[in-house]
Design a protein around this ligand. Structure first.
Ligand SMILES: Nc1ncnc2c1ncn2[C@@H]1O[C@H](COP(=O)(O)OP(=O)(O)OP(=O)(O)O)[C@@H](O)[C@H]1O
Ligand SMILES: Nc1ccn([C@@H]2O[C@H](COP(=O)(O)O)[C@@H](O)[C@H]2O)c(=O)n1
Length: 232
């Protein structure tokens, strides 16, 4: 007997910095044949554009006025996600410390959020076979009707250790400074007025502190499969 293709599923994965959202989302999407969207990369891309175009990232009005100017395009293949700004590959420049230190100020501007949220919704709507979308406000604001919402957490110590391991050899790594920087970014992201970092009421919380990345991936794959099975 022929089995029907599994139905399209929309998965929202949110959580603070360094909890494993990108690594988990990419792997889950690849395993299940879904598309993948890194929404943090989009906020980083608009921040990079502001910096390179001389917009003062401490001036919310200037950011709001310029918000519609960059053309941001996200490629959603989990094996090779891409991000371009006005046709230029921005995947490298958006990961610098400068962008990381300024992205929370830019992403807090309501005009930026409105534009990026619309972009995210249109990408999710066009992902016919389903998509894993990761960020800070996906379950609460961008895709409140997602089929499955996951909120990843981990202790600040575990997250700082993961980040330091990642940065080693590229930029200066100091565990205490890394921990302080991620706590500061989370506080800014949680404290902003417009769609702050928050767990949706119906999200499943997964504490990844004591889990390997493979265990987290397996846990999320199981949750998606259970959701799909429940819809048959
Ligand atoms: N459970 C885990 N155990 C150990 N290392 C992990 C685990 N999950 C993720 N990592 C590693 O931690 C680092 C950060 O992971 P990742 O980029 O996926 O987090 P994130 O939540 O997307 O962070 P951000 O929001 O800052 O982009 C990566 O180097 C990743 O390989
Ligand atoms: N849905 C989202 C996703 C991200 N942000 C902002 O972007 C920053 C960078 O995110 P990373 O996942 O790449 O670290 C993040 O600190 C937020 O300021 C957001 O606001 N909403």
């Amino acid at each position: 007997m022929e089995t029907a293709a599994p139905s399209a599923v929309i998965v929202a994965i949110d959580g603070p910095s360094g909890t494993g959202k990108s690594s988990t989302s990419k792997a889950v999407a690849a395993k299940l044949g879904l598309r993948y969207l890194d929404t943090g990369a989009q906020y980083r891309a608009i921040t990079w554009w502001m910096i390179t175009n001389g917009v003062d990232t401490d001036d919310p009005h200037a950011i709001a006025v310029a918000a519609g100017k960059p053309g941001i395009v996200s490629g959603t293949d989990p094996a090779a996600p891409t991000i371009t700004v006005d046709g230029l590959d921005a995947s490298g420049p958006i990961r610098t410390q400068e962008v990381t230190s300024k992205v929370s100020a830019v992403s807090a501007v309501p005009e930026v959020r409105t534009l990026i949220t619309e972009l995210q919704r249109s990408i999710a709507a066009s992902a016919q076979g389903g998509i894993v979308v990761e960020g800070r406000d996906i379950g609460t604001t961008v895709l409140p009707d997602a089929d499955l919402k996951i909120f990843l957490t981990a202790s600040p110590e575990a997250r700082a250790a993961r980040r330091s391991g990642e940065l080693r050899g590229k930029e200066a790594t100091d565990l205490a400074a890394t921990k302080e920087a991620l706590i500061k970014r989370d506080a800014a992201d949680s404290g902003r007025k417009t769609s702050p970092l928050a767990k949706a009421g119906d999200a499943v919380e997964v504490d990844t502190t004591e889990l390997t990345l493979d265990q987290v991936i397996e846990c999320v794959v199981t949750l998606v499969e259970e959701k799909r099975a429940g819809r048959k």
